[in-house]
Design a protein around this ligand. Sequence first.
Ligand code: C5P
Length: 254
Amino acid sequence: MGIRKRLGLKNPLCLALDLSERRQGMALLQELGPLCGMVKCGPVPFLSWGGEFLEICEQLELSVFLDLKWHDIPNTILETLSRLPSPAIRMVTLHAQGGAAMIAAARRSLDDSGPNPPALIAVTLLTHLTEEEVRDMGYRSREDGVARLGSVALSSGADGLVMSPGELSRSRELWGQEPFFVTPGIRPEGRPTGAGDDQLNAQSPQNALASGSDLLVVGRPIIAAVDPKQATLSLLAGINKQTQEPSRHKGVTS
Ligand code: C5P
């Protein structure tokens, strides 16, 4: 079964609940989680109130994206992924820079966990990195880095990749419609939220979907909004409009 059917998400919005404060986080999770296709638990909530996060998601039947971006030796990754703490976890991330053997170990571990394992998603280059930083790391450009890291990850068993929205079109050209593409760096008008925003290549949800994104990861535009519910509903309205366009993301059937 293809990764999209396996995940069965009701919409492509993933709420990144990067909040350390338990009461605020739990209230937003309960109110907004059921509206979203997925909820993302990164290191900040995981280390602050992760047990309760996962418990609520189990109760409300929410799909959790556990975004801890692992990067370790294959044996440690194998052991880690055989100990996922909740059946609500439907997607996990690791860094493609960990290499082929690490990603293959993650694949084996997840496949051994049962017939419907969580999606294995590899981070290519983090979205805050500048071209200069990427060149200092030894890649010719962001495009070169994403192409190399993505190829290693997808040929080693990853179901998909994390990338910035600007890299989607080229990635669909390179790898076709099968891989599941996850994009942070989403801003309602395609513009960063203001001074200090570390998402350098932000795009609107509509543009990201049209370029081939499967999952839009949105944090601060919702959790820092004056009215987080209104922000969520307005993002969903834009997404609905875009997904009803016949031209969107041609050829995705699995
Ligand atoms: O607040 P904002 O919408 O920028 O949140 C984006 C989320 O996506 C954060 O939780 C961040 O950790 C995550 N992320 C990212 N860049 C990546 C991978 C994940 O911004 N390459």
